[in-house]
Design a protein around this ligand. Structure first.
Ligand code: F6P
Length: 340
């Protein structure tokens, strides 16, 4: 087979481990693997290059994706899908593995419906794809964010300040909740729980009264009740229509300082969370999913996605993954109250 692979959307540590496993498993059965460069842009523009396990082996421990990524949406223009199908055919591609979140794999599913042979694989630090227990990138980003919270605690204590740490994750609070727990945040604020600024200020004051500092883990997707997000501009949307988040932490810090009179600072962790080397767990999960994706290509399981269920890689129809964003649910919500 000639298998094409692409990484789309936000990058993360672990992408190179996925790619290595795909190529290694493919080579073992005599298949060739071609990278579509910079995500869907590579398929649209017909930019493919052969990749080998030999070149990828040294990159497994390195963050980012060695084949590039972009937020290109092949369905943005009416001629996009046709171009993609033509280019895949011209390259003689028998199967395409799409690695990314709901946008990247959603486009893959639509192209599958038009006749392309597509297998999906979940990768996003947001960990917000339905059905799968795990998305590649989450564990490494979690480690970065929880380390940051630990570091912020010592400086907050030294200065007797409130520190607001804004964490990525879009409209799902997984990264904030888990890093908040591991990084011992005093307050965890996620999009799944309505923010009430009055009661928050009271909580801040009471924690401050007991320990002289407060660290708040805040999801970038938190939107205060009755207020529009201060920094999101409707015009700043990507090709998939997502607004660019980031900045709610600065707004919250000002509000807290005004309401409590306590000196407050904010930090936006931003893209730091997408960088760095993958954790060992990340690499193993990535490799399990990579191997599974190639097996699915061999078995003709197109229009399906490799996911993690009960810590094992399995395949399910892609449409089940796009039922909606996986948000923090009742099983976890009470944790925001316990760990504070
Ligand atoms: O989806 C991954 C993610 O890192 C989100 O957590 C974040 O909101 C977004 O991507 C940022 O995207 P960009 O890199 O395009 O600014």
């Amino acid at each position: 087979m000639r298998i094409a692979v692409l990484t789309g959307g936000g990058d993360s540590p672990g992408c190179n481990a996925v790619l290595y496993a795909i190529v290694l498993r493919a080579e073992a059965n005599g298949h060739d693997v071609f990278a579509a460069e910079f995500g869907w842009r590579g398929v649209l523009e017909g930019k493919f290059r052969r990749i080998t396990s030999r070149e990828l082996k040294d990159l497994v421990n390195i963050g980012g994706t060695c084949i590039g990524t972009s937020r290109t949406n092949p369905f943005k223009t009416p001629e996009g899908p046709g171009k993609c199908l033509d280019n895949l055919q011209k390259q003689g591609i028998d199967a395409l593995i799409t690695i990314g979140g709901d946008d990247t794999n959603g486009a893959g599913f639509k192209l599958f419906q038009l006749g392309a042979k597509v297998v999906g694989l979940p990768q996003t630090i947001d960990n917000d794809l339905s059905e799968t227990e795990y998305c590649i990138g989450f564990d490494s980003a979690l480690t970065t964010a929880s380390d940051a919270l630990e570091k912020l605690r010592t400086t907050s204590r030294s200065h007797r300040r409130v520190m607001v740490c804004e964490i990525m994750g879009r409209n799902a609070g997984w990264l904030t909740l888990f890093s908040g727990i591991a990084g011992l945040a005093d307050i965890i604020l996620i999009p799944e729980v309505k923010l009430d600024i009055t009661s928050l200020s009271e909580r801040v004051s009471s924690i401050y009264f007991k320990q002289d500092y407060v660290v708040i883990a805040l999801s970038e997707g938190v939107i205060p009740d009755n207020l529009s997000h201060p920094l999101v501009q409707e015009t700043e949307v990507d090709e998939f229509g997502h607004v660019r988040l980031g900045g709610v932490g600065n707004w919250l810090a000002q509000e807290i300082e005004q309401r409590t009179g306590i000196e407050t600072r904010a930090i936006v962790l931003g893209h730091l969370q997408r960088g760095g080397n993958p954790s060992a767990f990340e690499k193993v999960m990535g490799m399990l999913l990579g191997v599974k994706a190639v097996e699915m290509c061999e078995d003709g399981k197109f229009g399906e996605m490799a996911i993690i269920k009960n810590m094992k890689p399995i395949s399910i129809p892609m449409e089940e993954v796009f039922k909606g964003v996986k948000r923090v649910n009742e099983d976890y919500l009470h944790l925001t109250q316990i760990f504070m």
